[in-house]
Design a protein around this ligand. Sequence first.
Ligand SMILES: [Zn+2]
Length: 227
Amino acid sequence: MDLDRLAEEIVAVCRSLFARGYTASTGGNISHRTSQGFLITATNTSFGSLSTNDLVECKLGGTLVRAGATKPSKELPLHSAIYRNRPDINAVVHLHSPASIAYSCLAEPTAGGNCLPAITPYACLRVGRVPLVPYVRPGSAALAESVGGAASALEVNAVLMQNHGMTAFGNTLEQAVAVAEELELTLQAWLLTRGHARVLTDNEVEELDSSIQPGTQRPRLLSGSRA
Ligand SMILES: [Zn+2]
C-alpha cells in the first residue's frame, strides 16, 4: 500500500475512534509499519481533527525518514519496541479509552500473565491473554521496554498500562482496532457488573482453545479496590 493511501486509512480510523468515544483530547496514537519503518500520528494532535499531514514516517530506531516540522508522538519508542519484538505485527493502536483506564487503575499488574476477566467467549477468542504492566511515565523508555516486553509473546494481542490505558496490535490496522474494541467492550461489561460478572470456568476456557491459561482469567484487584 502506498503511503498516501495508508495515511488516509489511519486518519479515517482515528476519526472513527474519536467519534465513538474511544479517546478524547489529544490522547492516543496509532502507527502502521512501512517499508522503511512505520507511519505514526504526530504529537499533540487530536484523533477527531487529524489530517494526513499529521502523520510522520520513522525508522524502527526512532529517527525520522524525512526531516520536517511535524514531530512524532512521544510514544514513538513504545510503537518501535512492539515492531522490533513482533515481526508479525503491522499496526499498533494506543488508546486512553474510558474502561481501559478505569480497569487499569483497579487491577493488579500481572507481569507476563493475564489481567482480562474471561467474561465472554469473545474476550478469550478475539483478545486472549492481556498483561497489565505497572505504571511508569508516559513517553518514557521504561514504558516502551515494559510494553514491548509484554507484547513479545506471539499470543498477546494487547497490553494494558496501569493508570494509563491500552495498546492493541495486529497484523492489519483493522485487526488491531478490532482487538481494541473487543477489549474495551469486555472491560466496560465487567465494570457494569461492578466486578460481579460470572467468569467462564476453567473447562469453558479450555474448550475455547484460547491462549488464556485456565485459572488465570479471574482478575486480581488492588487491595481496597471495588469495581
Ligand atoms: Zn497514552
